[in-house]
Design a protein. Structure first.
Length: 442
């Protein structure tokens, strides 16, 4: 057990992407808070709320400022937030009369929420790049196997013929939608926070709204009509996106894990020797990436409830609901980043065994064509009679009496072209069209 499974060195990148861990580091968070303090000073100076000289001194100090995070910790434990301790250190770095203008009229939540959004802007950019890479890898997989025949399986049972290309675009489509959703929700999420102690900006007098607008512009962020201290729906929406993303990737992992089972053996995670090896069973190649994708999907689905609980802010600020976000949201981000990294490498390295897929179809003794047989007979017989005949023939084929097509052909004189029905490729419907339509944007 580790206190930090996402960052434990012994876990490596099993649960999280290293680049995303760097974005969510304490160093980056503190730097974002300092960036917000400097932008606030410049925005206030633009309207004469604080002197220009003070804003310059604060900005200059912020550029070289290095916080003592350990010293901040004691202050955070006392105040429940890190901003008072950070501001005290920044004021010391600024020095002179300008120091008194650090954090002028703001509240801790203004700085922390704005810093969070600044970090999230980088997080979203990284997610977008990860989604693009995964989408391209899945598109390539679908193109390469657009006509690779395999068994579809429904409710854990062999069903009817399909193609691996159709399965691959079925994995890719949700990824493309998640990328579109991310672009759509970003403007609601990436907005500055500035409201002061009670959300009125009273200390800034009549300049409050103007300062807010310039503050947001200085940081390249959007602006809501009013401060959003207790309006956490955009963060909950993002958390929902994170859970949807890991859920879509978990579906890929679950499918690959099932197809990689020894008895099925239609895919392998990689052709590289030694990957997924067992400590005691040399013959095994465990589907590690697939398993982790399922794990991270379940983790985020569970954590999402915490972000929905954090929507409940009493009055104009809640320490309990607010700090619940700090515990849950970063790990949900890390889980999604890790899932995207695993899914991409999985898609890029997946070994598809087309011969094994065909062998598994052949091994059904024609049972995977039961639907095709039933519909072929329905052209010449009443539907119920066709289904009854097919069901009885399926039972005999399943007991080893022969191929389903041969059994049915011997039971009816209906003028069906049984050789045409025997070929699974003649029962793929619009699979190829669906693959082409799904890849039309590539």
């Amino acid at each position: 057990m580790s206190a930090d499974p996402f960052g434990a060195p012994s876990h490596g990148d099993l649960f999280a992407d290293a680049g995303m861990r760097a974005l969510l580091s304490d160093t980056r968070r503190i730097a974002a808070m300092v960036e917000a303090e400097a932008a606030l000073a410049r925005a206030q100076a633009a309207f004469g709320v604080i002197p220009d000289t003070a804003a310059k001194a604060i900005t200059d100090a912020a550029e070289t400022f290095s916080a003592d995070a350990m010293a901040m910790g004691a202050g955070t434990e006392s105040a429940g937030v890190p901003v008072p301790a950070l501001v005290a250190q920044l004021r010391q770095a600024v020095g002179g009369d300008a120091a008194t203008h650090v954090h002028w009229g703001a509240t801790s939540q203004d700085i922390m929420d704005t810093a969070l959004v600044l970090v999230l802007s980088e997080v979203i950019a990284r997610f977008d790049a990860q989604l693009e890479g995964l989408s391209e890898a899945l598109a390539a997989l679908a193109r390469d196997h657009a006509d690779t025949l395999m068994l579809a399986r429904t409710r854990m049972q062999q069903a009817a013929p399909t193609t691996f290309g159709l399965k691959a675009v079925g994995w890719r489509d949700p990824v493309a939608r998640q990328r579109a959703r991310l672009a759509e929700l970003s403007p609601r999420l990436l907005v500055a926070q500035l409201g002061g102690a009670a959300g009125t900006l009273a200390p800034l007098g009549e300049q409050g709204s103007d300062v807010r607008a310039v503050f947001a512009a200085e940081l390249g962020l959007g602006l809501t009509p009013l401060p959003w201290h207790t309006q956490r729906d955009a963060l909950a929406e993002f958390a929902s996106w994170l859970s949807l993303t890991t859920g879509a990737l978990g579906k890929i992992g679950l499918d690959v894990g099932l197809l990689a089972q020894s008895e099925v053996a239609e895919v392998r995670e990689t052709g590289e020797a030694g990957k997924g090896g067992s400590s005691t069973l040399p013959q095994k190649a465990n589907p590690v990436r697939s398993e982790i994708l399922v794990t991270l999907a379940r983790y985020n689905a569970n954590e999402l409830g915490a972000l929905h609980q954090a929507l409940l802010h009493e009055g104009e600020r809640s320490g309990a609901a607010w700090s619940l976000e700090w515990l849950s949201l970063p790990n949900m981000i890390l889980a999604a980043s890790g899932a995207l990294a695993h899914a991409t490498r999985l898609a890029e390295n997946l070994v598809v065994d087309a011969q094994r897929m065909q062998a598994n179809i052949d091994a059904t003794n024609g049972l995977c064509l039961a639907e095709a047989v039933s519909f072929a007979l329905s052209v010449h017989l009443p539907r119920t009679e066709a289904q009854t005949l097919t069901t009885a023939a399926c039972r005999r084929a399943g007991e080893g009496e022969g191929h389903l097509i041969d059994i049915v052909a011997g039971e009816t004189d209906a003028p069906v072209d049984w050789e045409q029905v025997r070929d699974p490729r003649n029962w793929l419907g619009d699979a190829r069209k669906f693959v082409a339509a799904a890849l039309a944007d590539r």
